[in-house]
Design a protein around this ligand. Structure first.
Ligand SMILES: Nc1nc2c(ncn2[C@@H]2O[C@H](COP(=O)(O)OP(=O)(O)O)[C@@H](O)[C@H]2O)c(=O)[nH]1
Ligand SMILES: [Mg+2]
Ligand SMILES: [Zn+2]
Length: 293
């Protein structure tokens, strides 16, 4: 009997790693009947007489579980947003941040391709950086052509399980290659990546980096607000979460209620207007999603 973490799942096998090495295991016979599906990232109990004939006996409780990619116990998400090509979208960033917060995952905001940053957009980007830092988020700037920026990102991956998330073309795969040159993950020039579907078999795997792990597939394929309630949304914006204690009404949604501490902070400029606007937009989306089902 041993304890370990599943780092890869492929063709019915689970690859469990611990300090003694990696063990190829099958799921225990009754898992199927009990509807237990071990996931990459799971902590498990297993038994193995050798490195290739093990059995996963028990799956520990998960801190979270992503559906696509199927991976459990993710601790950190590196949210990659290019400053140019594609240009920076604070709306999309806020959407990602809400999902990360809802899943109990620590975000790192990575502003990529800073070598392409134009003078006209630089000011705006710096202002965003300041806003997000003040909220309490970590922000790093990267360019795959500037080694020092890659080295600033590296320590953040230490000792954690991370996923890289973000729009297609922002440079996720390129960043992973820059961090771990042996990986050779395929990257796509933007113009060619559109349209043609690739038919490579995908499996999820955790790759060791900086005594942590990185999932080699992008996290969060779906960004709808399924499962997030209107009353909950304010708690997923850290700058609102703190201030909502000062609202007159319990369960204040910070939209039309009087004596709202969040709106007061907005008036004072302590909460960024774009963050609040996106919050209101997400509230509307949640409400119209509810109406549809
Ligand atoms: N100028 C510049 N281009 C980059 C950078 N990182 C990635 N790219 C380019 O952006 C395109 C998309 O990169 P890729 O890593 O495939 O993005 P992904 O879809 O997020 O995995 C490729 O043509 C890369 O060469 C960067 O830091 N600077
Ligand atoms: Mg990629
Ligand atoms: Zn309020």
């Amino acid at each position: 009997m041993g304890k370990g973490r599943i780092i890869k799942a492929l063709s019915g096998f689970y690859y469990v790693e611990n300090e003694d090495g990696t063990f190829q295991c099958r799921g225990r016979g009754n898992f199927r009947k009990r509807k237990i599906t071990p996931l990459v990232g799971d902590w498990v109990e297993f038994e193995a007489e050798n490195k290739t004939d093990g059995y996963v006996l028990h799956v520990d409780e998960r801190t979270n579980e992503l559906v696509r990619p199927p991976i459990a116990n993710v601790e950190q998400a590196v949210l990659v947003f290019s400053t140019e090509e594609p240009s920076f979208s604070s709306l999309l960033l806020d959407r990602f941040l809400v999902h990360v917060e809802a899943n109990n995952i620590e975000p790192i905001i990575c502003l990529s391709k800073i070598d392409l940053l134009e003078d006209e957009t630089e000011k705006a980007i710096q202002l965003y950086e300041k806003t997000y830092r003040e909220i309490g988020y970590e922000v790093v700037n990267t360019s795959i052509y500037v080694d020092e920026t890659i080295e600033t990102l590296r320590p953040y991956l230490s000792g954690k399980v991370s996923v890289f998330a973000g729009q297609s073309g922002v440079g996720k795969s390129s960043l992973l290659n820059a961090l771990m040159p042996d990986l050779n993950i395929e990257t796509n020039p933007i113009s060619k990546s559109l349209g043609r579907g690739k038919h490579t078999t995908r499996h999820v795997e955790l790759i060791k980096v900086e005594n942590g792990y990185v999932a080699d597939t992008p996290g969060f394929s779906s960004l709808d607000f399924n499962g997030i309630e209107v009353e909950e949304l304010g708690f997923l914006f850290p700058e609102m979460r703190e201030r909502s204690k000062g609202c007159k009404f319990r369960g204040c949604t910070h939209v039309n209620e009087p004596k709202c501490a969040v709106k007061a902070a907005l008036e004072l400029g302590e909460i960024a207007q774009h963050r609040y606007d996106h919050y209101v937009q997400f509230i509307d989306e949640i409400k119209s999603q509810k109406r549809r089902y």
